[in-house]
Design a protein around this ligand. Structure first.
Ligand SMILES: Cc1cc2nc3c(=O)[nH]c(=O)nc-3n(C[C@H](O)[C@H](O)[C@H](O)COP(=O)(O)OP(=O)(O)OC[C@H]3O[C@@H](n4cnc5c(N)ncnc54)[C@H](O)[C@@H]3O)c2cc1C
Length: 470
């Protein structure tokens, strides 16, 4: 008899990666995915013959294993580009990561002097000061001026909470901290940028994008899963995880009122972690439910615009510190060149929000009406250029690292450790702000862990890679 299946909850990159590795090693796998398509946040949707992504989803990584995998699956579909982003700050456009020469030339001289003085004074003290929050982390490294004029307001808009409420770990992982000496050196000497190194932080500069949208990778992974005998139940929402003793014995899912029951060998949980307390049966109790409620996500709406002309923007993405939207991007500049007709461009505008708030509920036309005047004013486009628009919703887009989140996670994880065959995985399952490469890795490592016991790397400690701030 072929064994009981390993049941994977959620068919995003993490779940697909775990499933594929298990199948290649002879395991039986069933994936339950709530949406009608797999791919999660990295999927591409087809709407009126246009391909739309949930904002740009570029494949960038320093992990040779991940790069080898994406090339073996969709290598001939990938376009390669160098990362090229700007920040619109007080109406002016700046290179990002910030360059001292660019700042000095374009910013108000008094403000530049104040920011620079603060930054230089903060530099020697950065290690000796206590970081209790992301605000502390930033002020201790960049000085108060840059924090007040830039990081503070932008982050409050994106996260919906001040940086003083966020754990220092958040800033440490998301914000490249430039070395003062490198800034001075790179500002004085015009050093030629190499293709894959960054002057201030070991960031990935090279990126890859499938011509027909980021979702090509999960689509291909899905095909491989089916070829290897895996089962993907689309449109099925996982509803309950039943425990007997210290094991999961049953998982129940539902599609349009129709229930399905599976008896798993083990369960891989890649859906948002806070859901777990509602799904476990018997219930883990009030303490765990209360902890789960403390893990918060930021939701997002994305306005996709198909616009006449190509290219429309001067960079792949522009970040805005004081507009309704956080980032304006042109997907064809990332390499998604076959998502809309060649005479058009695909723009996306990202707005963080909370499910049910006014942005979340606003009708598509009203949202476009809110944004259009600014785009017209800046000469980016006019109403007549827009051939199609669609508002897309993305729940649980970003985990919010509130100051006590590590303690909260610790409480939940120690409870779950008591269930032998239930394993967490991926961005949502781990409540970890990781990108697609690390999601893929977390799935693969977990599969290897299940297959061979032990782990090549401690799964809870998947290293973050330094990323651009936003
Ligand atoms: C705006 C934005 C831009 C990004 N850009 C990049 C980028 O450029 N490069 C990069 O590498 N990464 C990027 N990321 C991160 C990337 O999207 C994620 O790291 C990755 O897609 C997460 O994969 P996952 O499988 O862990 O989670 P998800 O993709 O969220 O997958 C979880 C799956 O679980 C399903 N699910 C939820 N509840 C249930 C249930 N009860 N039953 C069954 N199924 C359920 C969901 O439908 C979903 O398919 C970006 C993220 C965002 C929000």
């Amino acid at each position: 008899m072929k064994d009981k299946p390993i049941v994977v909850l959620g068919g995003g990159i993490s779940g697909l990666s775990a499933a594929l590795e298990l199948l290649k090693n002879g395991k039986k796998v069933v994936i339950l995915e709530r949406e009608k398509e797999a791919g999660g946040m990295a999927r591409t949707i087809n709407e009126s013959d246009y391909y739309l992504d949930f904002a740009p989803h570029a494949y960038h990584s320093t992990d040779p294993e991940f790069l080898k995998e994406i090339f073996s699956l969709i290598g001939d579909e990938l376009e390669e580009r160098s990362k090229d982003v700007r920040i619109n700050f007080r109406g002016k456009y700046f290179l990002y990561p910030l360059k001292a020469r660019d700042l000095a030339l374009n910013m108000n001289p008094l403000l530049t002097l104040s920011a620079l003085t603060d930054f230089i004074f903060a530099f020697p003290k950065r290690k000796s000061r206590l970081d209790r929050s992301s605000e502390d982390w930033l002020v201790n490294r960049f000085g108060r001026t840059l924090y007040e004029i830039f990081f503070g307001p932008y982050s409050a808009k994106v996260w919906g909470v001040p940086l003083s409420c966020l754990s220092p770990e958040f800033a440490a992982h998301r914000i490249p901290y430039p070395n003062l000496w490198n800034i001075i050196k790179n500002s004085l000497i015009r050093k030629k940028d190499t293709n894959d190194t960054h002057p201030y932080a070991p960031l990935v500069k090279k990126l890859f994008y499938p011509r027909k949208g980021a979702g090509r990778l999960p689509k291909k992974m899905q095909e491989e899963i089916l070829k290897n005998g895996g089962e993907i139940l689309l449109g099925y929402e996982a509803k309950s995880i039943e425990i007997l003793g210290n094991k999961v014995v049953r998982v129940k899912g539902e599609r349009e009122g129709k229930e399905i029951t599976l008896s798993p060998e083990s369960v891989i949980f890649t859906i948002p972690l806070p859901e777990i307390s509602k799904m476990l049966s018997p219930s883990p109790g009030k303490k765990i439910a209360d902890l789960a409620k403390k893990l918060r996500f930021r939701d997002m709406v994305i306005l996709s615009l198909i616009v006449k002309g190509r290219p429309v923007l001067s960079a792949q993405s522009i970040y805005y510190t004081n507009k309704l939207f956080n980032r304006l991007s042109e997907i064809n500049l990332y390499g998604g060149i076959e998502m809309v007709p060649p005479e058009c461009s695909l723009l996306t505008l990202e707005m963080t929000c909370a499910e049910g708030d006014y942005l979340w509920n606003m009708e598509d036309d009203l949202l476009l009406g809110e944004i259009l005047p600014y785009l017209e004013e800046e000469g980016i486009l006019s109403k007549e250029d827009i051939v199609f628009h669609k508002k897309m919703r993305l729940k649980n887009a970003y985990p919010i690292y509130l100051r006590d989140y590590e303690e909260v996670m610790g409480g939940i994880l120690s409870y779950l450790e008591g269930i032998d065959n239930l394993r967490l995985c991926g961005r949502q399952g781990f409540f970890k702000y990781i990108d697609m490469d690390l999601c893929w890795k977390s799935g693969k490592e977990l599969a290897l862990n299940i297959l061979h016991g032990g782990s090549r790397i401690p799964l809870k400690e998947l290293t973050y890679q330094e990323r651009l701030f936003f």
